[in-house]
Structure formats: structure tokens, C-alpha cells
Ligand binder design. Structure first.
Ligand SMILES: Cc1ncc(COP(=O)(O)O)c(C=O)c1O
Length: 391
């Protein structure tokens, strides 16, 4: 592995050369079924013709100017995003962490606008929000924070899926101004909250005048079978963050806001050199258009159901499988033991998967996966998991 790259990742011994749809080819031309999409990034699969054409065309015209000037493609993407997300304004960044940084800054501005000098954001245990200092502080995982202290002030923590804990914070503290939460925890182990959880958070935010801020970086852009996961519950947030699938691999992040939250950023409040440049926005527009044309949310509902049912049928009764859960094409298979080594074994069998929270096999296949490819995935995975559990 490259000596001059900082070893922040424990990398698998494979490099990919090219891809098409759900398939990737390594530098030895071996083929892999990608059931991870670069961790929920390539929702439209690899080398989607519409995205490729848009990016190539834009690269030949104009890649970057600056946010000092008008950027027509940025305005167009903001319009399209606000239409599908039922939001009013967008700040464009380059990654998920930066989108969340913008949300955190909006929450602080909101607090100050109400005369609260040390505003706090309620965040959850087991959450993941990024690796910048503020977002790793918001993240509910000590291993991600260790070594980077002092952490950032202004966060209060509650267990995930525990509305009473948030209510208790509300009764104890008066400096909370916002709740930041994932509609489904991704890195934390594909944890789905109770059906009412988001609606109850919405009600608490309304009661206490807090901003409801959803991190849809992993769940957004049709991943769960709706454009955004909150749409399953109808609990519309005040602030929502996106990245990952928005550019299908071209780096882009976005922080969307509505109501009072949409009015707080002013010239000079925040910025980004690259954020929302013509190339990234053209990619984002191509992604949204393609998702619309291909009715991808509906397709994900069907294929997600097929995958969930298929896995439950083939693995549900296997001793050692605790639970198979998920929504749309965001699925987890929780085992009763650590199973990180399954990632390497799957790789040997030409399958890309991930293990998170030590015991949860995480599946995030490209959203364009066909029913036939879902069958292949179920077949490959069940053989692998069964033989692992039988050892
Ligand atoms: C829910 C969630 N929030 C934030 C992030 C951070 O995104 P990025 O790695 O683009 O900074 C991730 C990345 O995995 C994520 O899953």
C-alpha cells in the first residue's frame, strides 16, 4: 500500500479499475458484485451513462469559478433539491461532515438569535456525523473521539430511539436549541427507530422551539424507498443534510433549511471554496433527473422488500443470526458475534459488503440493482454467512 498516504484506513488488498452498474472490476480484471456502493455513494451504480455524460460535458465547459460569482447550475440544483425535499434554501459543501458543520452553525445562529449565549444541540448515542472536530463531537462513538480532545462544547447526548430521554433533557436544561439525529443509524448498525420516533421529535421541537435537524447523508436520495427517510413518517425537519449519493461519487454535500432556519446565514456567515461548483452541481442535477426518470424510489421499495424477505428466508433461522432489518436498500444482518472477517471472505468470493458496529453486516447496494442481481446477492451472501456461522 502507498507509503506516502497517511494510514487512516485499514484497506482491503484490492484496487478497482472500472465499473458498470452494480459490477466492479479490479486491476486484474476480476469481477465483484458491489453491495456497498462506496458506502451509499454510487446510488445510480458505477459509470451511469447520464452522470458520465453530464460530468464529461461540464468538464469540457467549466469546472469551477467561485462563490464570488453567480453559479447558474447551483441555483438550478438548489431549486430541484428544495422541490423534492420540501425545503427552502440550500448551502452547498463538499462532504457530509461539512454539510453537518453548516447545520451545527445554523443551530448556533438560531440559539444566538433567541438570546441564548451557549446554545446546545441534542445528539444521540451510536450516531455518526463525520470526522471534523464538531461532527466527531456530535458523533456518539468514543472510539472516533479518542485522541482528539478537547472536544467541542455545546452538545447534549441522549440514547437513540428514546424520546423520554430527550424530554428529560428538555426539562433539565434550557440551553438546548436543536436536535440532530439520523432517521436510521447507518454506521451505528442499521438501527431503525420506532415508527413514531421522528414524529415525536418533531412534536418536541415544536413544543420547545428547537430546530429538528436530520442527517440524511446515508439515508437520503431514495436509499430507503423515499427521496428522504423522513418522508416515511411525514415528520418534516427544519434542517436536513445530504452528501453521499447526491453526486453519485462526485464530492458534494448540502445543508437544506426551511422557515427561520433558512434565514440565518448571511453574506460572510459561512462559505466554501469548492462548495456548489459547476461540476459538482451538474452531477447532482443529473442524479436527481435520473432518479426521477427511473422512478428509483419505487424501484427501491420493491427491490428492498425482495432483499429483506429473501435474506430472512435464507438466513432468518440460521443459528447466530440475531436480526435482519432495514428499509429500502439499507439493510443490516446482526449476528451474535463479531464478524469483521466476513468482509475479506466476501471479497474473495467477488462480493463487496461491510461490517459495522462489530456484528452487523451492512448492505447498501446501488439503487439500480435489478431483481435478478438481488437474487445473486442473496445467494452469495447466505452461503457465506452460513458457512461462517457453522464454524
Ligand atoms: C449519517 C452520516 N453522516 C455524516 C457522514 C460523514 O460524511 P463524509 O464522510 O462525507 O464527511 C456519514 C458518512 O459515513 C454518515 O453516514
Amino acid at each position: 500500500m502507498p507509503e506516502h498516504v497517511m494510514p487512516t484506513y485499514k484497506r482491503l488488498p484490492v484496487s478497482f479499475d472500472h465499473g458498470e452498474g452494480v459490477w466492479l472490476r479490479d486491476t486484474d480484471n476480476r469481477q465483484y458484485l458491489d453491495a456497498l456502493s462506496g458506502i451509499a455513494v454510487c446510488g445510480l451504480g458505477h459509470a451511469h451513462p447520464a452522470v458520465t455524460a453530464a460530468v464529461c460535458d461540464q468538464a469540457g465547459k467549466l469546472v469551477h469559478t467561485s462563490n464570488l460569482y453567480g453559479i447558474e447550475l447551483q441555483s438550478q440544483l438548489a431549486d430541484r433539491l428544495c422541490a423534492v425535499a420540501e425545503m427552502e434554501r440550500v448551502f452547498f459543501a463538499n462532504s457530509g461532515a461539512e454539510a453537518n458543520e453548516a447545520a451545527i452553525k445554523i443551530a448556533r445562529l438560531y440559539g444566538h438569535s433567541k438570546g441564548i449565549t451557549s446554545p446546545a444541540i441534542i445528539v444521540m448515542e451510536n450516531s455518526f456525523h463525520g470526522r471534523t472536530l464538531a461532527t466527531l463531537t456530535a458523533t456518539g462513538n468514543r472510539r472516533i473521539q479518542a485522541g482528539f480532545e478537547p472536544l467541542v462544547r455545546g452538545f447534549l447526548r441522549a440514547p437513540y430511539n428514546d424520546i423520554e430521554a430527550i424530554r428529560t433533557i428538555a426539562s433539565n436544561k434550557n440551553d438546548a436549541v436543536a436536535v440532530l439525529v439520523e432517521p436510521i443509524q447507518g454506521e451505528g448498525g442499521i438501527n431503525l427507530p420506532d415508527a413514531d420516533y421522528l414524529r415525536e421529535i418533531r412534536a418536541l421541537c415544536d413544543e420547545f422551539g428547537w430546530l429538528m435537524m436530520l442527517d440524511e447523508i446515508q439515508t437520503g436520495m431514495c436509499r430507503t424507498g423515499q427521496w428522504f427517510a423522513w418522508q416515511h413518517s411525514g415528520a418534516r425537519p427544519d434542517v436536513m443534510t445530504l452528501a453521499k449519493s447526491l453526486g453519485n461519487g462526485v464530492p458534494i454535500g448540502a445543508c437544506l433549511a426551511r422557515g427561520a432556519a433558512a434565514e440565518l446565514m448571511q453574506p460572510g456567515s459561512h462559505g466554501s471554496t469548492f462548495g456548489g461548483n459547476p461540476l459538482a452541481c451538474r452531477a447532482g442535477l443529473a442524479v436527481i433527473e435520473t432518479m426521477e426518470q427511473e422512478h428509483l424510489a419505487d424501484h427501491v421499495q420493491q427491490t428492498g422488500q425482495q432483499l429483506l424477505e429473501g435474506l430472512r428466508k435464507t438466513l432468518g433461522d440460521a443459528p447466530g443470526v440475531r436480526e435482519i432489518r432495514g428499509l429500502g436498500l439499507m439493510l443490516g444482518i446482526e449476528l451474535d458475534r463479531p464478524c469483521a472477517e466476513l468482509v475479506g471472505r466476501a471479497l474473495d468470493q467477488g462480493l463487496l459488503i461491510n461490517v459495522t458496529a462489530e456484528r452487523v453486516i451492512r448492505l447498501l447496494p446501488p439503487l439500480i440493482i435489478t431483481t435478478r442481481q438481488i437474487d445473486i446477492l442473496i445467494e452469495k451472501l447466505s452461503v457465506l454467512v452460513r458457512s461462517f456461522l457453522e464454524e
